[in-house]
Write a protein that binds this ligand. Structure first.
Ligand code: CP3
Length: 356
């Protein structure tokens, strides 16, 4: 039997229930801005060696929780584990981001791809979830995650990061059936991956659609949203995942918030280019919102960080259903002390807001 949660603010906020203080976690909270992360990564040898070692993945997951009063842990892994398990040959060149030895370019390439087996090819991820749950011992919930079908396809077709992922976009125009075949396989893989994380002990699930916002409105619905819907539907039909709140985050997709709220997810991630109060009106209180401080604010002074955090909290207001986060991941040059300032201010200020 698992211990009951000592801090369930995240889950309460995602259910839009009252909380004593607004829960906060930080995207990429385990990462290079922490010296202890850099030390563990050096010990592991490479990013993938770190991610594939459940004990070390657990260690880096817990590092930010030792420093900051965070309300959630997020599995230390990467969205690109799925394409790696599909045989694309993932590597992270030092300082250069991800690369695939075998990008997907043709219908024949797509037809070769299958849904990876979660308890063999991706067992290291499920083992990490199990070890982290054991070590957290009910202190805070553990968020499992995946990339979205669209965002995974961006990297798989381009073979690396890109400004515009024009290779996949060209496939969408020139060979839509190939693009849809790829996205369909990815939707089934993402769903299986998240269901396996739920079975292994994840307590909330987040889907990162980092590059959804690069699409025009009709293309977003056809190539990104449609597959997010398939993933949510599959999770709702799964015996483990059906009980877990799902957070969808399509960066740069502010004009689609209402449509995304209709998928049946519990919450939406929001980037910093929209006022979170306006985002709340756009979803009409139907889902919780997670966000949305500009990550660059963490480069400013503590005083400005506190002021900007209060602005986000005030903009959302007293309504239930806010999970404080950045609008995208914390960047490597940020001073960890600034993250502490932010987390403490969110709790201190929002406590007065919720008590008022
Ligand atoms: O948030 C967390 O603390 C959990 C861990 C996590 C990582 N990647 C670890 C990581 C999560 C949730 C991700 C998601 C991820 N990975 C996304 C979606 C979210 C986003 O940031 O948009 C994307 C697009 C990726 C793909 C990826 N992984 C890229 C582009 C890079 C290189 C760029 C970079 O920031 O270095 C990675 C590597 C990566 N994933 C690192 C970390 C901590 C840095 C690798 C290192 O230690 O050198």
């Amino acid at each position: 039997m698992q211990t009951p949660l000592k801090n369930d603010r995240l889950l309460r906020a995602l259910r839009r229930e009252p909380v004593d203080t607004t829960p906060v976690w930080i995207m990429r909270q385990a990462g290079r801005y922490l010296p202890e992360y850099r030390a563990t990564r050096a010990k592991a040898g490479s990013f993938m060696a770190l991610a594939q070692n459940p004990e070390l993945a657990c260690e880096v997951t817990l590092q930010p929780l030792r420093r900051f009063d965070l309300d959630a842990a997020i599995l230390f892994s990467d969205i690109l584990t799925i394409p790696d398990a599909m045989g694309l040959g993932l590597s992270f060149a030092q300082g250069e981001g991800p690369q695939f030895a075998h990008p997907v370019r043709t219908r024949a390439d797509v037809d070769k791809l299958g849904v990876p087996d979660m308890e063999t090819e991706l067992r290291y991820v499920m083992d990490a979830v199990r070890v982290i749950r054991r070590e957290l011992d009910g202190s805070v919930p553990l968020i499992g995650f995946s990339g979205s079908p669209w965002t995974l396809a961006c990297y798989m077709v381009e073979g690396q990061g890109s400004r515009d992922f024009a290779t996949l976009k060209a496939m969408c125009w020139n060979e839509p059936t190939t693009a849809h075949a790829l996205l369909g396989t990815l939707a089934r893989s993402v769903a299986a991956y998240l269901c396996a994380q739920a079975a292994a002990g994840a307590q909330a699930l987040m889907v990162f659609d980092t590059w959804g916002g690069m699409l025009g409105p009709a293309a977003f619905r056809e190539f990104s949203l449609r597959y997010l819907e398939q993933v949510v539907d599959a999770l709702k039909a799964d015996e483990h995942a059906r009980h877990l709140p799902i957070i969808l985050f399509s960066k740069g997709a502010n004009s689609h918030l209402a449509a995304m709220a209709d998928t049946g997810c519990a919450g939406l991630g929001v980037d910093w280019t929209i006022d979170i109060g306006d985002a709340r009106v756009a979803v009409n209180g139907k889902v919780a919102l997670q966000g949305n401080l500009d990550p660059a604010v963490l480069r400013a002074s503590p005083e400005i960080i506190r002021r900007e955090a209060r602005k986000v909290l005030d903009s959302y207001g007293k309504h239930p259903g806010h999970v404080f986060n950045l609008g995208h991941g914390v960047t490597p040059e940020v001073d960890p002390e600034h993250v502490k300032v932010l987390v403490d201010e969110v709790h201190a200020y929002s406590r007065t807001l919720h008590a008022a």
